[in-house]
Design a protein. Structure first.
Length: 151
């Protein structure tokens, strides 16, 4: 009973709401990109990159091995789940963010060690940014869990 009283007394810090909302918005971009790529939405892809690059990128992504493709899915869906769980103050946000980070690393490992990437994917900057943010969100969720904010 004492544990329940202690948890009820722990207030949600304002920064959790800020981080959670920003994380949902950031990870929603990944969800939209994943869905548009998987549904072959050429209108979306051609708006994001030149037509030739859009088709080459789509062909590259379709040819990814199952492990890399699964990593991409786990990275995207784990990240949005982690963000929503963070806002719900669930300790399971830590697990979701860990799955997301592993998925991102697996997917990006293929991109950097597999066949040559299309021009639209040649820069390592975005994968590095995504990985750093995924790691930061995991560390933040672990910190919130250790402080008793996540239940």
């Amino acid at each position: 009973m004492e544990n329940t009283t202690e948890q009820a007394a722990i207030r949600t810090p304002i920064h959790l709401w800020v981080v959670g909302v920003v994380a949902v918005l950031w990870n929603a971009i990944g969800v939209v990109d994943y869905v548009m790529m998987r549904t072959h939405n050429m209108h979306y892809l051609e708006a994001a990159m030149p037509t030739g690059d859009a088709r080459a990128t789509l062909a590259y992504m379709d040819a990814m091995p199952l492990l890399a493709s699964a990593g991409w899915a786990l990275g995207v869906w784990g990240a949005i789940a982690g963000s929503l769980l963070l806002l719900a103050r669930s300790r399971h946000a830590v697990i979701a963010y860990a799955i997301s980070l592993v998925g991102a690393v697996v997917s990006f490992a293929f991109q950097f060690t597999g066949p040559p990437r299309p021009a639209s994917m040649s820069s390592p900057v975005l994968p590095i940014i995504i990985t750093v943010i995924a790691m930061a969100l995991l560390l933040y969720a672990r910190w919130m869990r250790s402080r008793g904010v996540l239940r």
